[in-house]
Design a protein around this ligand. Structure first.
Ligand code: PLP
Length: 395
């Protein structure tokens, strides 16, 4: 019998993408499903960005491979953008552009991990870290932080007995929306430096912080050269460019060269038209980013309050960034609904209330649901109404 590799057999399909596919299928069949399952801003990509891509096509800037690490002009735009945002002095040698931040993370795991190497991250964590670590043969230690904020702390790290190769921190965090303070990031970097570990700071939601919260980038704390700190970022979330698939890694030139070696055999380069769009995103006017940020802030404020009004459903600490709520569902309520876990609950909600919400299990945290508020306010109001009515039916 023909078989697949052990590698692929060992991984699980992305539960958020699976829920998204199911919701889309139900929609195609005529069901009015509200899909709050996927981390996708509902705004159109700003016009100046799309226009830059159209111009690149019209100017025939498409019939060549770019360097595996991206167009020099895009790398320069990234250098200048982070220079302005964080006063960070990096060069294009510290940049590798990839087909989305997801690929940056995948390639980093391949570059950094040998089979058996230990990787630490805090639960709940973004679903793809887990499978990408597995694909590289790494062993994940999923820390369940003591603090209510669910942020990884040095006291959590100190309890680990194994030698740690890599720590992953995502701030603002998907799915909790928590933002790590400057001191918290600094402490983790110091711990990693003492213990000889790499740190990946996933800053993909760095521009999306609300209600006065302050985002700290690792670039404000340490230079990249000769450092084990690695930053991952991209245009998907802040510029509403999920479909364009442009992300990047910022790291020491040594790490970047190793990544580029691999990328040269994987993608050759990210799509050139999307790279031209990303240059405009980073160096063109930034007002639309602020407009979208403000809209997310408004939606967070209303949806956080509305969700907390549902009896038995609660978000204990208000998110400060990203665009997710991660409410906990009381066991008593789940019993009344007749389900024994949140996977069953999310399926029942989709079937009966027609709202798609992935279960916490996929994020290493059973008992929770993830709700993306990257939808317009009317849709969010309707979703909360449906959820309220759904739970009322059983109580
Ligand atoms: N990191 C986190 C925490 C995310 O939530 C996502 C997307 O959902 C990514 C990375 C990947 O972003 P992209 O591949 O669209 O750049």
């Amino acid at each position: 019998m023909k078989t697949f590799s052990n590698r692929v057999n060992a991984i699980t399909a992305s539960p958020t993408l699976a829920m998204n596919a199911l919701a889309k299928q139900m929609q195609a069949e005529g069901t009015d499903v509200i899909n709050l399952g996927v981390g996708e801003p509902d705004f159109q990509t700003p016009k100046n960005i799309s226009d830059a891509a159209i111009e690149a096509i019209q100017a025939q800037k498409t019939s060549f491979y770019t360097p595996a690490s991206g167009l020099p002009a895009l790398k320069q735009a990234i250098v200048e953008n982070v220079g302005q945002r964080y006063e960070a002095g990096i060069t294009t040698q510290n940049v590798s552009v990839t087909t989305g931040a997801k690929l940056s993370l995948y390639v980093l795991m391949q570059v950094l991990l040998n089979p058996g190497d230990t990787v630490v991250t805090a639960a709940p964590e973004w679903v793809s870290y887990v499978e990408q670590i597995k694909l590289a043969g790494g062993e994940l230690i999923e820390v369940h932080p003591e603090s209510l904020s669910m942020k990884l702390t040095v006291s959590d790290l100190d309890k680990i007995k194994e030698t740690v190769k890599l720590v992953i921190v995502n701030s603002p965090t998907n799915p909790t929306g928590q933002v790590y303070s400057r001191q918290e990031i600094q402490d983790i970097l110091d711990w990693a430096s003492t213990h000889g570990a790499y740190v990946i700071l996933d800053e993909i939601y760095g521009q999306l912080v609300y209600n006065g919260a302050e985002f700290t980038s690792g670039l404000q704390l340490q230079p990249l050269e000769n450092s084990a700190m690695i930053i991952v970022d991209g245009v998907s979330k802040a510029y509403s460019m999920t479909g364009w698939r442009i992300g990047w890694t910022l790291a020491s030139s040594e790490i970047i060269s190793a990544m580029n070696k691999l990328l040269g055999h994987m993608t050759s380069n990210p799509t050139v038209v999307a790279q031209y769009a990303a240059i405009e995103a980073l160096s063109g006017e930034q007002d639309t980013v602020e407009k979208m940020r403000k809209a997310f802030e408004q939606r967070l404020n209303t949806t956080f309050e509305a969700v907390n009004k549902i009896n038995g459903v609660h978000v204990d600490i208000k998110p400060q960034g990203a665009f997710y709520l991660f409410p906990q569902v009381d066991e008593k309520l789940m019993k009344l609904v007749g389900v024994s876990n949140t996977v069953e609950l999310s399926t029942k909600i989709l079937e009966e209330a027609h709202v798609a919400l992935p279960a916490g299990e996929g994020f290493g945290m059973p008992g929770y649901l993830r709700l993306s508020y990257a939808k317009d306010q009317d849709t969010l109001n309707e979703a909360v109404l449906r959820l309220t009515q759904f739970f009322k039916k059983y109580t």
